[in-house]
Write a protein that binds this ligand. Structure first.
Ligand SMILES: [Ca+2]
Length: 253
């Protein structure tokens, strides 16, 4: 009996501690405005570059497009062949890098012309991608952030993301923000702020309210996905798969 009591106390304490730790990490934010989002867009990646919003999508007819924030529709597009399932994108040195999910190949496009200029292989699945100006950084659905050399496009380093409960898996869409990496954890309403030196989760953005609103506005709205950071205004732009809105947030951190 005594053992049971001790055990339940220990378990209870552990649970409470984890909950409090999560609360301490919560990043407060203010919703600045809403933009339209295409309810047919199965969002995989989101990027702001030179004042333009780029979105990549998955499923059949996966594309990369420049989004008109008044309509949510992508105007100029590059559409993948149906055998490819598109995933995240990032823009570096005049090029767009795009991952595919289970095809083990990434594509590189000229940013101005949208013409495909190269491909690169990888052995893992492809999920999210961003960069820190030195390396491309990709996720593969596990706890790993895989750093790629921009010249060889080969992995040079792996950071494993963890919180006090252990490794944090299902890292999906990524965004680099002021020395940290933001990662949406697939099938949750959370965006994690990660210290890339240690792999530690140092902040949590809980976007449950936005996900609820998206579902109320459009019941077919799926999971949170899509993070873009605008360094000039320090605003964060987020959306989700089939969400009717894209949200512009100011983080208080
Ligand atoms: Ca992104």
């Amino acid at each position: 009996m005594f053992t049971l009591i001790i055990l339940s106390l220990l378990l209870g304490c552990g649970k409470e501690k984890k909950g409090n730790a999560d609360n301490e990490l919560l990043i407060p934010f203010k919703l600045k405005t809403r933009w339209k989002h295409d309810i047919q867009a199965w969002t995989q990646g989101l990027v702001i570059h030179d004042g333009l919003l780029y979105e990549s999508t998955g499923q059949k007819g996966s594309y990369i497009g420049i989004v008109d924030i008044k309509t949510g529709k992508a105007g100029r597009k590059v559409i993948l062949d149906d055998k490819y399932f598109g995933e995240g994108i990032t823009i570096l040195n005049g090029k767009i890098y795009q991952l595919t999910w289970e095809n083990h190949v990434g594509f590189i496009y000229d940013l101005k012309t949208f013409e495909k200029i190269n491909e690169f292989p990888y052995t893992t699945e492809g999920w999210g991608i961003t960069h820190d100006n030195q390396h491309l950084i990709m996720s593969d659905g596990t706890e790993k952030l895989i750093y790629l050399d921009t010249a060889t496009l080969k992995p040079v380093k792996t950071v494993r993301v963890k919180d006090e409960g252990g490794f944090v898996t299902k890292l999906n869409e990524l965004e680099y923000m002021e020395g940290y990496i933001l990662a949406n954890q697939w099938e949750t309403n959370r965006i994690l702020k990660i210290d890339p030196q240690s792999g530690n989760v140092v902040g949590i953005l809980d976007l449950s309210q936005l996900a609820q609103e998206a579902k109320l506005d459009y019941p077919q709205a799926d999971v949170l996905n899509g993070i873009a950071y605008h360094p000039g205004t320090k605003l964060l732009i987020v959306t989700g798969k089939f969400w009717p809105s894209t949200y512009v947030l100011q983080l208080n951190q």
